[in-house]
Every structure is written in C-alpha cells, then in structure tokens.
Design a binder for this molecule. Structure first.
Ligand SMILES: NC(=O)c1ccc[n+]([C@@H]2O[C@H](COP(=O)([O-])OP(=O)(O)OC[C@H]3O[C@@H](n4cnc5c(N)ncnc54)[C@H](OP(=O)(O)O)[C@@H]3O)[C@@H](O)[C@H]2O)c1
Length: 413
C-alpha cells in the first residue's frame, strides 16, 4: 500500500482510556481524530470537544458504529470499549470491510484482547480474514522508562555479560472506576485479567532480545494464585454496591482483588527464564503503582512509578475537591504527593500511539499485534486454571482452549 500522509482514526468508547488516548495524541505526528462513535450523545460531544480543543480534528460524531465505518473519513479504528463488547465491535468492523462497505484498513485494540483464548483467536481471525493490519494496545511496553531501560540493559550489560533471566512486575491500585470491571462475566475475571495482562507482557518484552521476535521465548509453565483480600469484607462490598447503584454484588459474586503469577519461559538456547508478577486492587498508596525490575548476571534495572522526581507537599489547611490531577487512581489531596509531569508519556500511551500510527500509515506490521494479545490471554487463562486446581499448568495446554475462569462463568444482572 502507498504511504498515507495522515492516519484518520475512528474511536469506539468514550470512557477513561479514550480520554487518555486523545491526550497522548498531541505527541503523535500525522494523525487526525476523525470520528467518535458512542451510543450516548453527551459522551460523543464531550470527546469531540476534547479532540477539537486539542486540535486533533476535524472530528465527526456517529451514533452507530456502521455509520462511522462506512463514512469515507476513517482509516483505522481504535477499540476502547469494555472487554465484553470487543467481539461484537470486531465483527462489525470485519463485516463492513469484508463486504466493502468500509475503507478501514487497520484496527488497534485495548488490553486485554479478549476474555478467553477462544475469543482472542476469533479477534485475530476476524482481523486477518478482513485483511486488516492490527495492533494490540499494551501501553507498558512503550512506557518511556521501559523503552530507555531495556535499550540500555540489552546494549551495555546483556551484550557483554549475558541475557537477563528474571523480570518482576507489579501493578496495583485501589480499584477500578466502572461497575463492569468488578463483574466477572463482563470483564473476564478480576484483577488477574484486568492488570496481570500488563505485567506478563511487559515482563516478556523486557526478557526478549531486541533483535528477535517475541516468539523467540516459549512459555513452559505457569503457576497462579488468586485471592480476595479487601473488597469482600462486608464494609467494602457494601461500598462497591453503593458506589455502583447496586450493580456490583461483590459479597455474593466476587472476582479477585489480588493475583500472583510465576511463569517459566525458555529462550532459543534453552536458557530458563522467569517472570514473577503480582497485581492488586487492594493497594492504598498515593495512586497507581507500577513496579518493574529486570535482573541479569551482572546487572539489574528497576522502575517505580510513584518514586517520582517531582513531589508536592500540601498541609492540612489545603482544602479542595478529590481529583486525579496528580497521579492516576489518586487517593489523597494532602501531604507529600508524587506527581508524574507527563503521565501519557511515562505510562506509554504517547509512544504506543506514535508507533501504531506510524506503522499503519506505512502499511507495516506493528511490534505488538493481536498475536501478542492472544499470547497474553493464553498466559492469563493458564494462570486462572492453575489457581483453580492449585497446581502448575504446563504449556502447551490444549484444555485451556475453551476454558472460562470460574469467576467469569456466572452472568451478572
Ligand atoms: N491500558 C490501560 O492501562 C487501560 C486502562 C483503563 C482501561 N483500559 C481498557 O480500555 C477499555 C475501556 O476501559 P475504560 O476504563 O475506558 O472503560 P469506561 O470508562 O467504562 O468506558 C468505556 C466506554 O465504552 C463505551 N461502551 C460501552 N459499551 C459499549 C458498546 N457495547 N459498544 C461501544 N461502546 C461501548 C461507553 O461509551 P458510551 O456509553 O458513550 O457508548 C464507555 O464510555 C477496557 O478494555 C479496559 O481494559 C486500559
């Protein structure tokens, strides 16, 4: 295909992550936010205004997905709607492109790619069947400290003393903002599917030789534990119910608010590698905390998203409204608080979108595709199965193909 001067993006979803993506796009060249689809007029207008304010438009709103797909304005769709809507959105994109009603040629999808392995395979099949270029939106592999840290470690240390062997990742906050995250059937699970998807993929990425594909590492075995540490306590289950107007029944239908994983991998030379990951919705600190480590024979790297260079102190006399203006999932407005000056950059959204836009514009395959999204779901589902049976699951594991995590089996109201 010929290189496009600018990529025209159509957005599906107008929530938390859609705003983050829009804000990050001001650091991306050759892009236009051309369309917003939402079922809700107020949300459509809010996002369109934001796109216009950021000078990312001109942007048109659509009240059906098909209208957006069929408008000649859109080259690529960013799927930023909840996990249980993925397949339906992808099927509509597939059908519109396959039936030549749409000129869309690329699709990018937020994490996790799907709730089960079968669904993830279908997402990949639909994209390929329609001839679409595809990108999996795992922002952590584009975090600026990950980009810089991986580059230094592999160039200076691994090249002279040997490859890294252990990656540790932890992502924790005090709980998600919308009801569907807490409903196992809609989200696909609890914190394991919501946040461990980041941890396993950023770890796999850090351990992968930059000159080799991600497939140069093979998963040999996974061992997982899940638990409910905080949100099933009566007071907190009630808080969830009150906060979400009775839609979340965490007392009777909890998912999990803690998950731990050990993943054994092997590289092409037969070296054993290890991922240790831990995620929770039960962490009350200043805000979202991402902790990453990479260890090798003569070196290590570490990053903690709350150990910021910039901190502010506000005494008890400073009164104000609750907000998320200092750090994502902020828990306080007083005292000594860390501040990320450029959250969209540090969390990876800017470089992620720059990469996807660039590759799609040039007709090239992104570094992170639906195939990687599928590999992530395979690890997550293996971990759920391991937690259920209390044993390590060795890969390849045929029995995982149609496996549904226990907490995702019962439909919420
Ligand atoms: N990379 C990250 O760190 C990160 C962080 C947060 C979320 N995410 C991912 O991003 C996705 C969205 O999460 P979020 O936090 O933005 O959720 P959210 O705040 O609940 O927003 C979701 C939006 O999706 C739209 N929507 C709901 N049902 C839909 C349907 N059937 N078809 C089309 N749109 C629908 C809703 O818009 P309307 O009601 O206006 O249609 C809503 O505004 C999830 O997959 C999540 O896992 C990623």
């Amino acid at each position: 295909m010929t290189e496009k001067n600018a990529l025209n993006i159509g957005i599906v979803g107008t929530g938390f992550i859609a705003e983050f993506h829009l804000k990050s796009m001001i650091g991306v060249r050759n892009v236009r936010i051309a369309g917003i689809f939402s079922r809700n007029a107020e949300n459509r207008e809010r996002l369109k205004l934001l796109a216009d304010d950021l000078e990312l438009g001109p942007c048109t709103t659509f009240d059906t997905l098909n209208q957006m797909l069929e408008s000649d304005e859109i080259d690529a769709v960013w799927i930023l709607s909840p996990n249980h809507t993925r397949l339906d959105v992808m099927r509509q994109i597939h059908d519109a492109v396959a039936e030549k009603r749409s000129k869309v040629f690329a699709v990018a999808c937020e994490k996790p790619l799907a709730k089960t392995i079968a669904e993830a395979r279908e997402m990949l099949r639909l994209a390929e069947d329609a001839g679409l270029n595809h990108g999996y939106l795992e922002n952590q592999i584009f975090c600026t400290p990950v980009l810089r840290g991986k580059e230094i470690i592999w160039r200076r240390a691994a090249s002279t003393t040997g490859r890294p062997y252990l990656a540790r990742a932890a992502e924790e906050h005090s709980g998600p903002h919308a009801a569907w995250f807490w409903q196992g059937d809609k989200q696909g699970g609890g914190v394991l599917s919501d946040m461990m998807c980041h941890s396993v993929e950023v770890s796999r990425h850090l351990l992968t030789d930059p000159n080799k594909p991600r497939s140069s590492l093979t998963v040999k075995a996974v061992n997982g534990t899940v638990a409910n540490l905080k949100w099933t306590r009566p007071k907190y289950a009630q808080q969830l119910s009150d906060r979400f107007g009775g839609k979340v029944d965490y007392k009777n239908r909890p998912s999990e608010d803690f998950a731990r994983a050990t993943i054994v991998l092997e590289d092409e030379e037969g070296n054993e590698l290890m991922i240790e990951a831990s995620t929770s919705w039960a962490y009350v600190g200043a805000g979202l905390r991402i902790q990453l480590e990479l260890l090798g024979p003569e070196y290590s790297m570490e990053f903690n998203s709350l150990s910021t260079g910039l901190k502010v102190f506000m005494s008890r006399e400073v009164m104000g409204q609750e907000g998320e203006d200092l750090v994502e999932k902020q828990n306080a407005e007083q005292g000594l608080m860390p501040v990320l000056e450029d959250e969209a950059g540090v969390y990876g959204y800017t470089d992620e979108n720059r990469h996807m836009v660039d590759r799609f514009r040039k007709g090239l395959k992104p570094d992170e595709t639906f195939e990687d999204g599928l590999a992530v779901v395979q690890m997550l589902i293996g971990l759920y199965r391991s937690a259920e049976i209390g044993q390590t699951v060795t890969f390849p594991a045929e029995e995982l193909e149609n496996y549904v995590p226990v907490v995702a089996r019962v439909a919420s109201d």
